[in-house]
Design a protein around this ligand. Structure first.
Ligand SMILES: [Mg+2]
Length: 277
């Protein structure tokens, strides 16, 4: 199908770090998967105390070393809006698929009244494209995730995902790397644009499954995860396995900050001091 119209242009600020789930071609994002084992634990915070844990996907559970999601986005906006911008200047870190679409179309001066009614068709197109190309997904599980998930599962914790991905795209990544079986539910972008609302939806699902008093912690890799968890009065464990460093995450005051989920299982964790940064 030919695009209805063609707009071209450059997006500003090219060259920034790419969101891990949005690797473009050969330039996959530079993970800062830390090799050290610094841990920050807010005094009095017990990371084991939650009944349920909501994990972000990109940069937290996994990093995508492919361009499947990135190309699906570009093919969709080309198909529906005739646009051929690149995402490089769009704020994607900690953003949601709908938020990225909004930023992209605003950068292209497409009126919201024109694009908003088409969001369901655009997102369906993106999801279908990722499903069609799922065998090209190259997923790396983040360091320590398997041991961390196995530990939480062994403790009977309820596990869910809360991601800015569209639902079928998020699950495709999780499925591809064999983590799907750990999770009982998920909250995604799509009907919800803001990460605050996605996390709120995840918390509602956890409480629907486990009871109204269910205590939920969020696990994420960006300042946006930290802010959105706190906006929902949920404590957050920040893991420096995406593009943000331990120090950058610590600046946003998570209840806990770790280099990777392996650090959750350190035997002397409870004595962890606040690191010098
Ligand atoms: Mg993330």
């Amino acid at each position: 199908m030919e695009p209805e119209k063609t707009r071209t242009g450059d997006s500003a600020g090219a060259g920034g770090r790419l969101k891990s789930g949005w690797a473009s071609g050969g330039s996959a994002s530079s993970s800062t998967a830390a090799t050290d084992h610094r841990v920050y634990l807010r005094p009095g915070f017990d990371w084991r105390a939650a009944d349920a844990y909501l994990f972000d996907i990109d940069g937290t559970l996994l990093n995508s070393r492919d361009a499947v999601h990135y190309h699906a986005f570009h093919h969709a906006v080309e198909h529906f809006f005739g646009l051929d911008l690149r995402l490089d200047g769009i704020p994607v870190h900690g953003n949601t698929d709908i938020g990225i679409l909004r930023a992209y179309l605003e950068a292209a001066n497409v009126p919201e009244s024109e694009w908003q009614p088409r969001v369901p068709d655009v997102t369906a197109f993106m999801c279908a494209e990722v499903t069609r190309n799922a065998e090209d997904l190259r997923i790396e599980i983040c360091p320590g995730i398997l041991s961390g998930l196995n530990h939480l599962q062994s403790q009977g914790k309820l596990l869910g995902v809360a991601s800015g991905n569209l639902e079928s795209i998020g699950w495709a990544k999780v499925e591809k790397c064999g983590l799907r079986g750990y999770f009982s539910f998920g909250a995604f972008s799509g009907e919800r644009e803001k990460r605050d609302d996605i996390i709120a939806h995840g918390i509602r699902q956890a409480r629907a499954l486990h009871g109204p008093e269910t205590c939920v912690y969020v696990v994420g890799d960006t300042p946006a995860d930290i802010a959105s968890a706190h906006a929902n009065n949920a404590p957050v464990i920040a893991a420096a396995t995406g593009i943000y460093s331990f120090s950058e995450l610590l600046d946003h005051n998570p209840e806990m900050c770790i280099a990777c989920c392996e650090d959750l299982l350190q035997p002397d964790l409870d004595d962890a001091p606040k690191p010098e940064i």
